[in-house]
Design a protein around this ligand. Sequence first.
Ligand code: NAI
Length: 336
Amino acid sequence: MFTARQTFTSFQRRAFSASSRQSSKVTVLGASGGIGQPLSLLLKLNPRVTELALYDIRGAPGVAADISHINTNSKDIKVTGYIPTTEGLREALSGTEVVLIPAGVPRKPGMTRDDLFNTNASIVRDLAKAAADSAPDANILVISNPVNSTVPIVAEIFKSRGVYNPKRLFGVTSLDVVRASRFISEVKGTNPANENVTVVGGHSGVTIVPLISQSNHPNISGETLDKLVNRIQFGGDEVVKAKDGAGSATLSMAMAGARFAESLLKASQGQKGVIEPTFVESPLYKEKGIDFFASRVELGPKGVEKIYPIGKINDYEQKLVDACLIDLRKNIEKGP
Ligand code: NAI
């Protein structure tokens, strides 16, 4: 019989041997920020990550030194903080498998994600140029808002440098799904871990479309449904308001981003059936001129393996999709 300590140790050994077979360098751009720090912490706890490269225009070496003292993972894991120079950014990106980008400014009360465009578009554009040059084959996970516009910007930069691979570019919409399962569980008094709500469209306001008819509770209706859908679409505002000028969701976003990175690493290390909702170049509404759309996506060693259609929806949800497509088209066109 194992003691608790022995069991934990053998679990760790299995995890280490899995990660030592596959070395996975993960890079965080914007690592000192409200999202960047807890995201980097969660990545340090992930045995699949064998090298963690942290970059920011301020403070990344400090964050890296702090995180590097945490006694998780094998002795060989490297955590490095890079200084904000062209060379530092190049080294942070070189040889990496996953690039997470939470660099940019967050919302203040009263702002929409679109209000962040002017500042964040240029930050994301510069980082995308560096990624296209130093990590053209990496999976790029865009967290910086407005995601509906920043993802198309990254696509255009990669295209202009002749290295665009639509299977490797993801807008991170996991937080919408995390919130949806939490909020529906509050309505029904259930365990959120057992709730899975498909959320499609984009990542702001009415472009966020939860498909409650496909959840465990298809019969939620009337005012309860209206309130639930509105809360999922505008849940981010609750956090912005509560933080009262100090930013938007950081901790729940870090959890959602780390989950998405973990899913990508699982899939790249051979696990089958890994499905995540994400905003990708998608055939689903291309005939309507909308090149990017979030839906359930199966991940594989080459990134996007399969994009699932949105499935059967009811009239209520069709109206939500119609409203989503109007805004989404504008957001995507604004991007590049
Ligand atoms: P923050 O201001 O706390 O951190 C941003 C970090 O980016 C700072 O450390 C800053 O120094 C760094 N930065 C700025 N320009 C940079 C550059 N050129 N290169 C490298 N680093 C740079 O902001 P927070 O709260 O971490 O949010 C970051 C972004 O994530 C915002 O755009 C926010 O709207 C977005 N966000 C996205 C969510 C999603 O679901 N996709 C959810 C919540 C926030």
